[in-house]
Structures are given as structure tokens and as C-alpha cells.
Design a protein. Structure first.
Length: 404
């Protein structure tokens, strides 16, 4: 079955004009690193590999940033999908706190890129807020606050007595500068522009249809019969990895987003933070530079038949209602509704590194809600690994860590 991973009216590819179209591959070429996938992950890899003077090529089967990247909420936050205490059975508190620190490092890296090359993607560093409106969950949030504050993260505890938001908060953790938001379509193109000026080669409409390994490296064949030879291949194909490996990575769901029309005086009611509630599955929200709110969540079991409109509409309607409940005094009108595959892992971390059985097959898979920040860490760690340096935290993202 040809599985469709993205469906609906995706805000970021609708509101943006085509920034640049890249050629498709029309000849055989050689490189060191073959990056498959021209989403935000592939672009991030291309940036870090090129920055480290490693000869690299990106091959994208369709158009740049039109896969999951076109629907990601791009709500960036250092914390993970689950609270530290929930994750404790899968990993250690030390690892969780280290992941938080790495999340902050990844946020800083994106900010540095923006500072150096200009803000063409509406990047905004903001506070992030995790909260519950349920008395029953107060203790859980208090625990999360305690763990983070004792570890020295800049957090503030919020409850009824100091709630700056217009919605009910029984307990919340406000993380100063712990989040960011941007336009993922424009961020991807910004990375590629900078990297291509430094030697990265990018080919759109160039599907990889065959991969062969030999002693020297790897040769891939593209849909129009051209060959790309490299030393390694990095799979940055988001949630579709089946063509490259039989390995199963994470649990797939379908997740949903709706985006409002622009709202007047949004800052008065919203306070410009990225928000996540403590529900299961959780809802999360951010704003856009043209004053919309995007809310996401209402995940359901993975739908290979993502075109099932009736099922999708139920989730979209729930998200719309949730937003109306949160902000009863504003006129909420939904303009965009879209959904797509999503994958999560037991310890909430993605997969970065070599296949345990094939040292020429590498992965950069940002599974979990922090996919974009994991991709940044992948860019840093994998470019170093290629140069022979094993990053001290790479083991956290090890491919095969759940193999029995
Ligand atoms: C609704 C939703 C909301 C999300 N919200 C967030 C969020 O707020 N924050 C966050 O950090 N993450 C979020 N994520 C996760 C985020 O989407 C991903 O981390 C990120 O966008 C994935 O980018 P990617 O480049 O890895 O994948 P994609 O954008 O899917 O790119 C993979 C590319 O590989 C290409 N490809 C596949 N097979 C081949 C082949 N054989 N040859 C050549 N090319 C191929 C595809 O065409 C595709 O363009 C969200 C995901 C979803 C679905």
C-alpha cells in the first residue's frame, strides 16, 4: 500500500510563496555523505555537514519541506513529551535532565543561526508552559517543577494565585526562554540557502529507488536512473523508513493541527508562550507572526487510510472546541486543518547514529514531539561522528537501544 503521511490544508506551504525550486538529478555524481530526505531534518544535516566541510548531497523525492515539515507545529521546547517521573521506568532521571539540557542547547543553536544569517522564518524565542486544569494532576506538575528547579532550570511555579493566563491553571511550570516557534518551511529553505552557498548540493524530485553497499561505501540509484556514490547514507526520511530498513522505530499515530484566522489583540489574551497541557494525548498551542493560534493534538492510532475524512473531522472539531473553551471571549475561526503521521518512543528521544548491523547506514530520525530539536542535535553529533569524534551524549539516541 502506498501510505500517505500528510493530509489536509497545511498552513506553512499555503501561506508561503515558493522560495526556491531545486533541480532534479540528471547525471551520476560522487559525494561523501548522501542525505536522503529534504525536510527540515535533511536541511539541518546538510547545514552541519557543510559547515564542517564534509562533501554532502541531499536527495528529495518530492519537493523540499513538503512532507511532515509542512505540517509540523514547530513548537520547540526543551522538555520532553512526558514528565520526568513518567519516563523514569524507561530511563534515568539523569538522562532525562541531560535531554532537557540538550534541548536548550538545540534551541540556542537555532537562535545562533538566526542571529548570524537573519530571521527569515519568524523565529521567536519564548517561554514554554506546561500546565494542568485538573486538581487530580496537581501533584504530578508540582513534582515536575521540583525536579526541574532543583536541577537549576529557570522555572516558575504557576497556580491560581499567580496565573497570568486567561484560562484556568491548577498547576503549571513556566520555563523562562524554554521554547521557541518558527515557520518550518522558511527555516528549511533558509538552511539550504546558506548551505548551498557553501557547497551543499540539493536535488528535488529525485527519489532514491535502490541502495547498494560495498567495501568502499554506498551507491544509490535515483528514479531517473542516475547513481550517487558516497561513503555513507543518512536516512532523514521522517516517518517513512521502510524502504531503507526493516527496523521498527517507534509507535506511529496520526496527529492533528488546526490554525485559526488572524486574531486581533492576541498578545493580550495569550502572553506569547508555547503551551502544552498535561492531558493524554496532550494538546499544544503556539501563535504565528500574523497572529493566528495553532493548536495540535487529539492523536489517534495510526491511520494508513489518512483520507478517512469522517475520522479526521472528529479530531479537528475537538481541537476547535478545545480552543474555544480556552478562550471563550474571542472569536475563533478556523482556517487550516491538517494531519499526519507521527511517531513516539518509550524514552521520548529520537534515533541518531549508525545502524548496529551496517556502519554505512546512518539515521537522523527526530521521533517524539521534539523532532526538530533532535534533528539539530543529530546535525551536531553526526557531523562530528563522521569526522571521528563520538559526542558524549550520542548514546542517549542510539539506534537499537530498545533491541532485546
Ligand atoms: C502534526 C505534527 C506536528 C508536529 N509538531 C512538532 C513540533 O511542534 N515540534 C517538533 O519539534 N516536531 C514536531 N513534529 C515532528 C516534526 O514534524 C518532525 O520532527 C519533522 O517535521 C520531520 O521532518 P523530517 O525532515 O524528518 O521529515 P519530513 O518533512 O517528512 O521529510 C522527509 C522527506 O523524505 C522524503 N523521502 C522519503 N523517502 C524518500 C526517498 N526514497 N527518496 C528521497 N526522498 C525521500 C520525503 O518526501 C520527505 O520530504 C510534528 C509532527 C507532526 C506530524
Amino acid at each position: 500500500m502506498n501510505i500517505q503521511y500528510v493530509q489536509g490544508d497545511c498552513i506553512f506551504t499555503r501561506i508561503n510563496k515558493l522560495t526556491k525550486q531545486y533541480e532534479y538529478l540528471t547525471e551520476d555524481i560522487d559525494t561523501d555523505v548522501i542525505i536522503v530526505g529534504g525536510g527540515v531534518t535533511g536541511a539541518i544535516l546538510g547545514y552541519y555537514f557543510t559547515k564542517n566541510n564534509i562533501n554532502s548531497v541531499i536527495l528529495e523525492k518530492s519537493r523540499i519541506a513538503h512532507g511532515s515539515t509542512s505540517i509540523t507545529t514547530s513548537l520547540l521546547q526543551y522538555e520532553l513529551d512526558s514528565n520526568a517521573m513518567e519516563l523514569k521506568s524507561h530511563t534515568s532521571i539523569d538522562n532525562i535532565l541531560r535531554s532537557y539540557e540538550l534541548g536548550i542547547k538545540a534551541l540556542d543553536e537555532i537562535e545562533e543561526f538566526i542571529d548570524e544569517y537573519g530571521n527569515t522564518c519568524d523565529f521567536k524565542r519564548v517561554d514554554s508552559f506546561l500546565y494542568t486544569a485538573k486538581n487530580l494532576e496537581k501533584k504530578e506538575i508540582e513534582e515536575e517543577y521540583k525536579i526541574r528547579s532543583e536541577a537549576g532550570f529557570p522555572v516558575e511555579f504557576i497556580d491560581n494565585s499567580n496565573n497570568p493566563f486567561s484560562f484556568d491553571v491548577k498547576a503549571g511550570v513556566l520555563s523562562k526562554g524554554g521554547g521557541a516557534q518558527f515557520d518550518p518551511y522558511r527555516f528549511t529553505h533558509a538552511l539550504l540557502k546558506v548551505s548551498c552557498e557553501k557547497g551543499l548540493r540539493v536535488y528535488e524530485n529525485t527519489e532514491v529507488v535502490d541502495v547498494k553497499y560495498d567495501d568502499k561505501g554506498v551507491t544509490v540509484e535515483t528514479i531517473y536512473g542516475h547513481k550517487v556514490k558516497g561513503r555513507i547514507i543518512i536516512v532523514a526520511t521522517g516517518y517513512n523508513t521502510e524502504f531503507f530498513t526493516k527496523r521498527a522505530f517507534g509507535i506511529k499515530t496520526t496527529t492533528f493541527n488546526v490554525a485559526t484566522k488572524p486574531i486581533n489583540n492576541i498578545e493580550d489574551i495569550y502572553k506569547g508562550v508555547v503551551v502544552r497541557d498535561n492531558e493524554d494525548p496532550y494538546n499544544y498551542l503556539r501563535t504565528t507572526s500574523d497572529n493566528r493560534i495553532i493548536i495540535g493534538g487529539e492523536d489517534i492510532n495510526f491511520l494508513p487510510d489518512i483520507l478517512n475524512e469522517e475520522l479526521c473531522n472528529k479530531s479537528y472539531d475537538k481541537l476547535e472546541q478545545r480552543l474555544k473553551n480556552l478562550f471563550p471571549n474571542i472569536n475563533i475561526e478556523i482556517e487550516y486543518r491538517y494531519c499526519g503521521a507521527f511517531a513516539s518512543t518509550q524514552d521520548n528521544l529520537g534515533f541518531l547514529g549508525k545502524d548496529p548491523n551496517n556502519s554505512k547506514l546512518w539515521y537522523c530520525l527526530g521521533y517524539g514531539a521534539n523532532g526538530i530539536l533532535f534533528a539539530v542535535l543529530g546535525g551536531i553529533m553526526l557531523s562530528k561522528l563522521y569526522l571521528g569524534e563520538v559526542h558524549e551524549d550520542l548514546h542517549l539516541f542510539k539506534v537499537g537501544r530498545f533491541d532485546s
